[in-house]
Design a protein around this ligand. Structure first.
Ligand SMILES: Nc1ncnc2c1ncn2[C@@H]1O[C@H](COP(=O)(O)OP(=O)(O)OP(=O)(O)O)[C@@H](O)[C@H]1O
Ligand SMILES: [Mg+2]
Length: 278
């Protein structure tokens, strides 16, 4: 039997609207799809799931599908989209999430990126309860930082005793080279650690902020991710760095799961054997 990596999940969530959840979901999913090695050649490795009734991620994917049709764009003839999209109405997601993740594993999908709606809907709690990585994009401004607490509370309640560190990534930031930007980011990171660090286990990925750049929205309007649209650009480099961090987290999570499984087997007096799949 082949060792199929289980489908890891990354949720982009924030109760505040317009902070870059959808943009980050699409960009991270596309960048990760260029990093992961398919279990079989030519198979997609990443899927996107849109839990937001606004359906923005779905619309991006529809645009992308047109782009990838051979007759529309001979340059992409024969190419299949990676990421693929989970076609499901948002209201169904809550009851089907486990099934989506196990279906992903059996079809070679190694990563599910979940775009969630603003506000605290039931589906956000369901996603928060199972996600392997939760990224909260937020601009580094006071009003936005204050609003992060509602999201952190919801995640804490959804996880119960199952601890997870939500990750803050500063979004829509000015370029770091601009005057005073780096110190503003440092201040924002410090405020989050001081106000919420101990209570919500939150971590700030202060080296991974996502800068506001026209190319980011242009890539989405073109049905592409930034790492496809402008692979050599600064935004692509930022997104690729964040995607690599996510992939390195997958490795850590797998090692920890293997270690625990070995420990359980050893405790039961059996021979140590690595689990396959989830
Ligand atoms: N890095 C970026 N550079 C330029 N524009 C961006 C960037 N990130 C987001 N935007 C723009 O900011 C706006 C809000 O982004 P987005 O829709 O991704 O946020 P959201 O959190 O998903 O919003 P909602 O809560 O409504 O779902 C959009 O117009 C998007 O194009
Ligand atoms: Mg959105």
């Amino acid at each position: 039997m082949t060792n199929v990596p289980r489908c890891m999940s990354i949720a982009l969530m924030c109760q505040k609207g317009g902070v870059g959840k959808t943009t980050s979901s699409i960009q991270i999913a596309t960048a990760i799809s260029q990093i992961l090695t398919p279990t079989q050649p030519g198979r997609p490795t990443v899927a996107l799931l849109d839990c937001d009734p606004q359906r923005s991620t779905q619309r991006w994917f529809a645009l992308r599908s047109e782009l990838f049709k051979a007759e529309q764009n001979p340059d992409r003839k024969g190419e299949l989209s990676n990421p693929v999209m989970v076609q499901m109405a948002p209201e169904k997601v809550t009851e089907k999430l486990d099934e989506i993740l196990s279906r992903g594993t059996s079809s070679g999908i190694q990563c599910l990126v979940i775009d969630t709606p603003p506000s605290i809907l039931h589906c956000n709690a369901v996603v928060a309860a199972v996600a392997d990585i939760i990224i909260i994009p937020t601009p580094p401004q006071a009003l936005d930082l204050w609003a992060v607490e509602g999201t952190l509370k919801m995640i804490k309640e959804a996880r119960g005793s199952d601890k997870l560190q939500p990750q803050i990534v500063f979004s829509l930031t000015a370029p770091k080279s601009a005057y005073g930007v780096q110190s503003k980011l440092n201040e924002a990171a410090k405020a989050i650690r001081t106000d919420y660090g101990a209570r919500y286990l939150v971590n700030v990925l202060s080296e991974y902020s996502i800068t506001r750049r026209q190319a980011m929205s242009s890539s989405i309007q073109s049905g592409l991710g930034i790492t496809e649209f402008d692979p050599e650009g600064k935004s692509a480099a930022e997104i690729r760095k964040l995607a690599r961090w996510c992939v390195s987290q997958f490795e850590d999570i797998r090692h920890e799961e293997d270690r625990r499984a070995d420990h359980r087997v050893a405790a039961a007096g059996g021979r140590q054997r690595r689990p396959v799949g989830r």
